[in-house]
Design a protein around this ligand. Structure first.
Ligand SMILES: Nc1ncnc2c1ncn2[C@@H]1O[C@H](COP(=O)(O)OP(=O)(O)OP(=O)(O)O)[C@@H](O)[C@H]1O
Ligand SMILES: O=P(O)(O)OC[C@H]1O[C@H](OP(=O)(O)O)[C@H](O)[C@@H]1O
Length: 180
């Protein structure tokens, strides 16, 4: 059977990377996508950091299943992710909400985990994380939210509380949708 793209989406600071890490620990069978990003490496995400020129060359060479721009950065999901899904593996990735309609066209099966938390919780988490400064945090919080596409299964998870609660909800969503 086909695997699935588990697309983890939601506003900046909601905890997408944190939940992905917890899910990967709980489900070692999941393949965690290593995104290619034009941002210097930092400890918040195990991405592959590249220059804008390198990103363009990879894109032109067809290295990405998905690529998009946000927050002045370029992001790519390596083509390997589609190959794994076709081979039957579930792969999990942090995606832009704006990209979901494209992702549904590229991947044969998509399950969306849509995370939310109150604006003041997001602001506090982004401040505490310390990766961006104040003006960039304000820009991230003001980002417009496109509606969820109708064509894929969407599971809403409130990550405003303890991570363990969200992890339990996400694990349950993953196993419930497994045979859909
Ligand atoms: N349930 C939670 N409770 C408390 N803190 C959390 C929770 N989930 C995530 N955090 C913290 O919030 C901060 C933001 O989390 P994370 O980097 O995973 O968010 P993100 O959605 O991937 O953000 P971005 O889109 O900006 O990359 C981190 O410092 C993380 O430790
Ligand atoms: O607001 P939307 O379009 O949903 O998300 C845009 C981008 O924001 C986050 O970027 P980062 O991980 O903070 O660099 C997401 O990973 C996504 O790539």
């Amino acid at each position: 059977m086909m695997g699935r793209l588990i697309a983890v989406v939601g506003p900046s600071g909601v905890g997408k990377d944190t939940l992905i890490r917890a899910l990967s620990d709980a489900r070692p069978d999941l393949y965690e996508v290593r995104r290619v990003i034009t941002r210097p490496t930092d400890e918040t995400e195990a991405c592959l950091s590249v220059t804008s020129g390198e990103f363009r060359r990879l894109q032109e060479a067809g290295a990405f299943a998905l690529s998009w721009g946000a927050h002045g950065l370029s992001y790519g999901v390596p083509i390997e992710a589609v190959e794994r899904v076709r081979a039957g593996q579930d792969v999990i990735a942090n995606l832009s909400r704006a990209l979901l309609p494209v992702a549904i066209g590229v991947f044969p099966r998509v399950l969306i985990l849509s995370l939310s938390a109150a604006p003041e919780v997001l602001a506090e988490r982004l401040g505490a994380r310390g990766r961006e400064e104040g003006a960039e945090i304000t820009r991230r919080l003001a980002r417009a939210v496109p509606p969820m596409p109708d064509e894929a299964e969407v599971v809403h998870i409130d990550n405003g509380g303890p991570l363990e609660v969200s992890l339990t909800a996400a694990l349950s969503a993953l196993s419930q949708n497994d045979t859909a």
